[in-house]
Design a protein around this ligand. Structure first.
Ligand code: UD1
Ligand code: CA
Length: 451
């Protein structure tokens, strides 16, 4: 039997934030979600989250993101990591098996590493097995006192170390696998005899035997986050991992380090990503797309062979062979069918464009439905808002609007309509008609102005 317990009750004082530390975001998901995700593959029988500081907010965030079968355990007040784990004595009373305890601020762990920890723990029969790494700069971490046979005699917190102990470069990652019955027996005996006056989980290690450690090769994996510097370092590690993954899957990044990805980003084959592109949320990019330079693609789906340059696409759908930008903005609810062209300084919101629509220059298309092959002239605006409500504009297939047209919604133009340049239309136009809504031009020949 396996239980997983994540420590997420601390305040995270060193972050200097109103947000609890475990809810800080990293590549689009929170620290605690990442920690929980890293142990999903172990299929534990129980999953417990110890919450305390802003407990309700942490709980609500996790419940809102569909955390099923998670047991929330309250630690109030927060008297240290040992005190946090003492809160499990009641919910895990009578539990037989191992408990994997993870600090909620160690977000880069790989599932394989946890599998290795668990396998070593079970094959050695240790009372506790913990993950360690050797760091060039171990400042701030607990030092692990161990012998050559990977047996641990103690963990000493940085601030409690003597000079000799401070020189130890083997650090405690805050990831432990305990035999629960043995841990439960020593937990009540913890004392606050340390610099912070807290109950330290790390003190249980000296009380348990045998205590073993598993040293990981990639120390980055064990990075703990206490402040925003470490948050940024972890973000950099994650971004590097994501880019490397997609490069191996056949995506070309012209300048990889200038681009950022979310976990939910997906690329097809032969995509080229130019410099300074950012993908967030569920960004799904089809085969052969060319994105950038300078794009933000947030929660949007792009079909095959789409090109986008210096543009923002958010909560939108763009089908195959469309061209976006430079300098276009597709806002929530923009849906472009195949072969559309949206050019410079064009904004599209909550609108459907059928195939082959062109909106090439300086337009706002909001709450509109455009039929196939509609050609929207430069500067055409759908006036969708009367100050209180939004209204729709419908333009039939093959229609053309002249430059600087204003279509005052609600309004329907049939198919094959031509709108003269500079028109302001307030009434529907039947199919095949020419619509003009502007003052007639006046010409006075040989005009003598005032003298
Ligand atoms: C801890 C370890 C240290 C290790 C380091 C790894 C202890 C005493 N020290 O130090 O050996 O090198 O992690 O990153 O464990 N928490 C609670 N309740 C509390 C206090 C903390 O749930 O009362 C949670 C925090 O939310 C956090 C985790 O425990 O997720 C670790 O706490 P933190 O204060 O960051 O410990 P470190 O000082 O980093
Ligand atoms: Ca920490």
């Amino acid at each position: 039997m396996l239980a997983v317990a994540v420590l997420a009750a601390g305040k995270g004082t060193r972050m200097k934030s109103d947000l609890p530390k475990v809810l800080q975001p990293l590549a689009g998901s929170t620290l605690v979600q990442r920690v929980l995700a890293s142990c999903e593959g172990l299929a534990p029988q129980r999953r417990l989250l110890i919450v305390g500081h802003q407990a309700q907010r942490v709980q609500a965030t996790l419940e809102g993101s569909g955390a099923q079968g998670l047991e929330f355990v309250l630690q109030q007040p927060q008297l240290g990591t040992g005190h946090a784990v003492q809160q499990l004595l009641h919910p895990l009373a009578g539990f037989e098996g191992d408990v994997l305890v993870l600090n909620g601020d160690v977000p880069l762990l790989r599932p394989e590493t946890l599998e290795l920890l668990l396998a070593r723990h079970r094959s050695s029969g240790a009372a506790v097995t913990l993950l360690t790494a050797r760091l060039a700069d171990p400042t701030g971490y607990g030092r692990v006192v161990a012998n050559g046979a990977a047996e641990v005699s103690a963990i000493v917190e940085h601030r409690d170390c003597n000079d000799e102990q401070r020189r130890i470069d083997l650090i405690n990652a805050g990831i432990y696998c305990f035999n629960w019955a043995k841990l439960a027996a020593v937990l009540p005996g913890l004392t606050t005899d340390n610099d912070q006056g807290e109950l330290y989980l790390t003190d249980t290690v000296a009380l348990l035997s045998p205590a073993m450690h598993v040293e990981v090769a990639d120390a980055d994996e064990l990075n703990g986050i206490n402040d925003r510097l470490q948050l940024a370092q972890c973000e950099a590690v994650l971004q590097q991992r994501l880019r490397e993954h997609w490069m191996r899957e056949g995506v070309t990044f012209v300048d990889p380090s200038s681009c950022t990805l979310s976990e939910g980003t997906r690329f097809g084959r032969d995509v080229v990503v130019e410099p300074q592109c950012h993908f967030r949320g569920h960004a799904v990019i089809g085969d052969g797309c060319r994105i950038g330079p300078g794009c933000l693609i947030d929660n949007a789906t792009l079909g095959d062979q789409v090109e986008a340059v210096y543009s923002v696409v958010r909560d939108a759908r763009v089908d195959a062979n469309c061209a976006i930008g430079p300098y276009a903005q597709l806002r929530p609810g923009a849906e472009l069918s195949e072969g559309c062209r949206v050019g410079n300084f064009v904004e599209i919101k909550n609108s459907t464009l059928a195939s082959g629509v062109k909106v090439n220059h300086l337009s706002y298309i909001g709450d509109a439905d455009l039929g196939a092959n509609v050609n929207v002239g430069a500067g055409t605006i759908t006036a969708n808002y009367d100050g209180v409500r939004k209204h729709r504009t419908v333009i039939g297939a093959g229609s053309k609007t002249g430059a600087n047209s204003v279509l005052v919604a609600p309004i329907t133009l049939g198919s094959g309509v031509t709108v003269g340049a500079g028109s302001t239309l307030t009434r529907d136009v039947p199919s095949g008609a020419l619509a003009l809504g502007r003052a007639r031009q006046l010409v006075r020949e040989n005009w003598q102005g005032p003298s």
